[in-house]
Write a protein that binds this ligand. Structure first.
Ligand code: SF4
Length: 590
């Protein structure tokens, strides 16, 4: 059945595995063997893919797989106590499958519901706003062995908490309006408008969108691809979730505008597995757009303008938000970031020229088509045109989505969301920057504080060591393991913070963190590894007392005597001169 649905195409391997698991609840060895044979792939390749994605299971799991979102914001909302309540109620321990095989409970990285946490996934479907009552209801439904489709629908509903609208979120254009305008301009004039807009990518890196599109259009291969990166995995980010739910037409229309510019016929929306709930509505929107003539053959009545979009699901791998890792995943492989160059604009999906743009970036293209590039560039700052969506969560009265022109200060955002006694703001997620109160006058913009959208607020009752500890554990969990500095470095970093959390740290451990920062920054293959120490390094600079509180003693030195350990070697060699001893190091350099 799976093969009939996807064809014998290896690039659909991940989608096949997801579909198979939906059916079987896990991926039995014989199914993997059959799939490998049908696709003419080595079985090790299939197993390698299964092993890479945390939502795929090569071992039996509970009939109900419960995964609590482990973002620091979920923890601040009480997720640990709720997980303990659920485990107690179901006689389960985290990480285990119940003896009757009914349920398994564990944690997962941020599920993108920071505005209404704590949240969890049940067999991949998100449930937000957890509280004791909801946990008790969930336990009862599980005990009754009720199929997920028969659970109360309101459990799976969540809100689009839009708190402040600007140009994008107040856009009332009808499906096709932006496309009609771009088609009327012609391809070249449309690209000129994109250049005039100075639109930069909203996924974090901030690359100029028109430059990407031009490079793809000019690549010699005829077949081109458009990919929408909806793998919004940065802890604390959820603005793409809201856009996909409330403004899916703008996103799909933006993809079609990109296809018009570069001459693409195929498009993919790569949807993070955590947003499985959104898929039925997204498929329905695609079907409607096909029926209206805004997807498919001769779009807008233009002969030869043929373009359609498929939705591909991710399966719980943060690194797939990196565009080359995402392309590997789209090709049905492990999501290991590629070596660049070549860049995706010339060698992307299956080696074809590919533009990969973020959800928000693509939605913004509609504004440019509707109102022109100059109007778009009229707001924002010199290097950051337009508006930015911020996902605001944490210690504030009104968490949710805020749209501000670039250049808004951190303090203005804090005032808008009703934050008080703020100790710190984490802008840009775990990989971003930790701002202390003396920096709240800084501006959200590529030239000052860049961000993909996460804006996490911590008041003065919070322990910034705990915040960094959560982020570092996240990176250790999400390291794809491809390169040793990141695989080992993130684990060592997490281990060092574990040690501090247990109150067993020493000043030497704080110096060790700085060494690991250098290693990870210099030797990691992709941005995940190089960004992993950011929250700790920022924390040490701006909130050092929070770290020093965790030291056993301020002048504690490691008990291990390295020179003493060489005593036996000196005996064997008969040496006891100065050269056979380690030089005494000053305290600060240890
Ligand atoms: Fe994978 Fe980390 Fe290396 Fe990136 S830096 S390729 S996430 S191991």
């Amino acid at each position: 059945e799976t093969l009939t649905r996807f064809g014998r195409r290896p690039e659909y391997l991940l989608q096949m595995l997801i579909a198979l698991q939906e059916h079987e609840n896990w991926l039995p060895p014989e199914a993997l063997t059959a799939l490998a044979a049908a696709l003419d792939l080595p079985r090790a390749r299939v197993e390698g893919v299964v092993g890479f994605y945390s939502f795929l299971h090569a071992e039996p799991v509970g009939q109900y797989r419960l995964l609590f979102s482990d973002n620091i914001i979920d923890r601040m909302c009480g997720s640990e106590a709720l997980m303990a309540r659920l485990c107690h109620s179901l006689w389960l321990a985290p990480g285990q499958v119940s003896e009757d095989g009914l349920a398994s409970v564990d944690v997962t990285s941020c599920t993108g519901l920071g505005d209404q946490g704590p949240a969890m996934l049940v067999n991949g479907r998100a449930i937000a706003a957890l509280n004791e009552d909801r946990i008790d209801i969930i336990c009862e439904l599980i005990r009754q062995k009720l199929a997920l489709d028969a659970w109360p629908v309101e459990l799976f509903q969540f809100e689009n908490t839009i708190q402040q609208r600007d140009a994008l979120l107040s856009c009332t254009a009808l499906p096709g309006d932006a496309l009609r305008a771009a088609i009327a301009m012609g391809r070249d004039a449309w690209l000129s408008q994109m250049q005039a807009s100075r639109l930069r990518g909203r996924g974090g890196a901030g690359f100029t969108t028109a430059v990407k599109w031009l490079a793809c259009r000019d690549a010699p291969t005829v077949e081109k691809i458009v990919v929408c990166n909806a793998d919004e995995g940065e802890p604390g980010t959820f603005k793409d979730r809201v856009l996909l739910d409330a403004h899916a037409d703008l996103v799909f229309e933006g993809m079609t505008l990109a296809a018009w510019a570069v001459g693409a016929r195929r498009g993919f929306l790569y949807l993070r597995g955590e947003y499985l709930n959104l898929r039925p509505a997204l498929e329905a929107t695609l079907a409607r757009r096909r029926a209206e003539g805004w997807l498919g053959a001769s779009i807008g009545g233009v002969a030869g303008f043929d373009f359609d979009i498929e939705i591909h699901l991710g399966a719980g791998a943060y690194v797939c938000g990196e565009e080359t890792a995402l392309l590997e995943s789209l090709e049905g492989k492990r999501g290991t970031p590629r070596i660049r160059p070549p860049f995706p604009v010339t060698h992307g999906y299956l080696g074809l020229p590919t533009v990969v743009n973020n959800v928000e970036t693509l939605a913004k293209c509609c504004l440019i088509a509707l109102h022109g590039g100059a109007a778009f560039a009229a707001t924002g700052t010199a290097q950051s045109a337009g508006t930015k969506l911020l996902s605001v969560s944490g210690d504030c009265a009104r968490p949710g989505i805020y749209e501000f022109p670039f250049g808004v200060t951190v303090r203005q955002v804090l005032d808008a969301c009703g934050a008080s006694d703020t100790l710190a703001v984490q802008v840009g997620g775990a990989a971003g920057i930790t701002l202390a109160p003396y920096e709240f006058g800084r501006r959200v913009a590529f030239e000052d504080v860049p961000t993909a959208g996460a804006f996490m607020v911590f008041n003065d009752t919070r322990d910034m060591f705990e915040v960094a500890h959560n982020f570092v554990r996240f990176f250790a969990h999400e390291s794809c393991g491809f390169c040793t500095p990141c695989r080992v470095g993130t684990s060592l970093l997490a281990g060092t913070l574990d040690k501090l959390a247990e109150g067993k740290g020493s000043p030497a451990d704080l110096l060790e963190i700085e060494d690991l920062d250098r290693l990870l920054k210099q030797a990691s293959h992709c941005g995940l590894g190089s960004a992993a120490p950011n929250p700790v390094i920022d924390g040490l600079q701006k909130f050092r007392p929070a770290y020093e509180r965790h030291l056993m003693h301020a002048d504690f030195s490691p008990a291990f005597d390295l020179d003493g350990a060489l005593r036996r070697a000196r005996q064997i060699t008969g040496r006891d001169d100065a050269g056979a001893h380690l030089p005494q190091q000053p305290e600060a350099s240890r």
